[in-house]
Write a protein that binds this ligand. Structure first.
Ligand code: GAP
Length: 507
């Protein structure tokens, strides 16, 4: 388990580890990269697949009330009109006309600089852990530079959506430091557009989906008509989503192409939706614990009623303490019957179903837990990363980097080493065990370097167990040394015991 008391790892350290060990690379790096897009290397692809598989197994396969589907990324453009995304999936955008930089207006903060009760200028700063602190510093610097005498008042930060028309021209652009180049905020639709077919005109416009959820609503009737589902039941999907985020940031936390795991849980219109909502919040929280996130890093945020979308009855986010602040990890929304009703209206196809219990036609209501695979990926790395002083083989102290990943999601479950690589009998036995293990698990064979070095390499990528084949293995009962990543303790065990340990921990 990650140590909740351990200091937060810096993002620079994590990004460097991800690059060094092949978890994540910038997309198209040899061409200079493309902002907001990432590639997952060999270990990253394994870790991501394990997160997806755990979710799919627990959410779909191990439940009798949820089925899984896979829908297309490009759907009929009317889907996005009905869902409200064409009209309303927007972020407020501010341009800097000089630098050509673009900012999300709600992430760009400003404040008047007030000296002895008089406004003497404006300062701006991008949202950070300490936006007010950054603005106060900028205000002090402005006062110093212009040699203004008098008492500087505390700054009162506002974001650009709150700027008055007369203030816009006075607020400095963060890119140039000078006022006069920022535009008033305007709505920017975050859906990526494309054209389907040979013609590139208005009639062929389509969108890359900004969420997987609409696939479940649009296929609702098909699932009901073909599956043996009855209320309450869920439809789940894992897949890529695309958002033209104005400011992708914090590594993979907010990117332009990402993966979502969403489930729409359909309940009777008269059902106790609050109870169901709470049950799903608890389910999501327990699931995050089951893949190794520490309880101490999780919290809940209830969206205030006045800020909810008009159709939403309640939304609770499970928040995670990332190094850059406490941020949304998983949103659990009660969406009423809004989506099915909208699709009924726009397609003309009735979406009500016959409810056996009440012998009535009803339109079900929905509870929707929606999470991003990439955000979970980042959370497990942040919580699992540690650097610690440990004893080396000669009794000295050395620093080790360790990723405490749950065996459920660790990219490599077991590493197998022969004690010495120049002893064919050890090598042969280690390779045999490696071959048997890899039929079922992701395992790694390593014969190069001292055993201590091999342990360190595995610690850094989160491998929970290392097995060393030594002379006792050959000469005695076939047992080997099993070394545990977190405790670094070693004990002898046989092959049957190793397989049952894996069976118990990797599920
Ligand atoms: N269907 C509802 C929906 O899509 P959302 O809060 O916009 O709701 C759900 O997204 C989850 O998807 C978020 O909680 C987050 O985990 C993930 N997510 C959203 N935008 C993302 C982005 N730009 N990059 C990475 N993950 C993102």
């Amino acid at each position: 388990m990650p140590d909740p008391a351990s200091p937060a790892v810096s993002m620079e350290t994590l990004v460097a580890l991800c690059k060094r060990r092949g978890f994540i690379f910038p997309s198209s790096e040899i061409y200079g990269g493309i902002n907001g897009f990432f590639d997952f290397g060999p270990l990253g692809a394994e870790l991501k697949k394990n997160i997806r598989d755990c979710w799919w197994n627990d959410m779909v396969r191990r439940r009798d009330d949820i089925v899984g589907i896979e829908t297309s990324i490009i759907m009929h453009p009317k889907v996005w009109e009905a869902s409200g995304h064409v009209a309303g999936f927007t972020d407020p955008l501010v341009d800097c006309k000089v630098s050509k930089q673009r900012y999300r207006a709600d992430q760009l903060f400003f404040a008047p600089v007030v000296v002895d009760g008089q406004t003497v200028g404006y300062v701006s700063a991008l949202e950070s852990e300490d936006t007010a602190g950054a603005l106060q510093e900028a205000a002090e610097s402005l006062k110093r530079k212009r040699a203004i005498q008098g008492r500087l008042g505390p700054v009162a930060p506002r974001d650009m959506t709150e700027a008055g028309p007369e203030e816009i021209a006075l607020i400095p652009s963060p890119a140039t430091g000078e006022p006069g180049s920022l535009t008033p905020p305007r709505s920017f639709n975050m859906m990526f557009q494309t054209n389907v077919g040979a013609l590139s005109d208005a009639s062929s416009v389509a969108y890359l989906r900004p969420e997987t959820a609409q696939g479940m609503f649009v296929d609702f009737k098909s699932v009901v008509d073909t599956g043996r589902v009855k209320l309450p039941f869920g439809i789940a999907q894992i897949g890529r989503s695309f958002r033209n985020e104005i400011t992708p940031r914090n590594f993979i936390f907010r990117s332009r192409e990402f993966e979502q795991m969403e489930m729409e849980y359909f309940i009777h219109e008269d059902a106790d939706w609050e109870k169901c909502h709470r049950e799903w919040i608890n389910w999501c929280r327990d699931w995050l614990l089951s893949i190794g996130l520490p309880e101490s890093h999780l919290s809940e945020y209830n969206h205030p009623r006045e800020k909810l979308a008009f159709y939403s009855r309640g939304t609770t986010d499970i928040m995670f303490r990332y190094p850059f602040g406490i941020q949304e990890l998983w949103g659990i929304a009660a969406r009423g019957d809004y989506d099915l009703k909208q699709h009924e209206k726009h397609s003309g196809v009735p979406q009500a179903i016959f409810d056996e219990a009440t012998k009535k036609k009803i339109t079900p209501h929905v509870i929707e837990p929606a999470v991003g695979v990439d955000r979970i990926f980042l959370a497990v790395l942040c919580a699992g990363y540690a650097e610690e002083d440990v004893k080396d083989e000669k009794g000295g102290v050395e620093r080790r980097t360790v990723l405490r990943l749950s065996p459920r999601i660790a990219p490599v479950k077991v590493a197998v080493f022969p004690l010495l690589k120049n002893k064919p009998e050890l090598v042969a036995r280690a390779q045999e065990l490696h071959a048997r293990l890899k039929r079922k698990y992701a395992v790694f064979y390593d014969e190069s370097g001292a055993i201590g070095r091999r342990y360190r390499r595995q610690d850094e990528i989160g491998t929970p167990w290392c097995v060393t084949i030594d002379f006792e293995t050959i000469e005695k009962d076939g047992s080997f040394t099993l070394r545990e990543r977190d405790s670094m303790q070693q004990r002898r065990m046989g092959e049957a015991e190793l397989f049952s340990l894996l069976e118990e921990k990797v599920y």
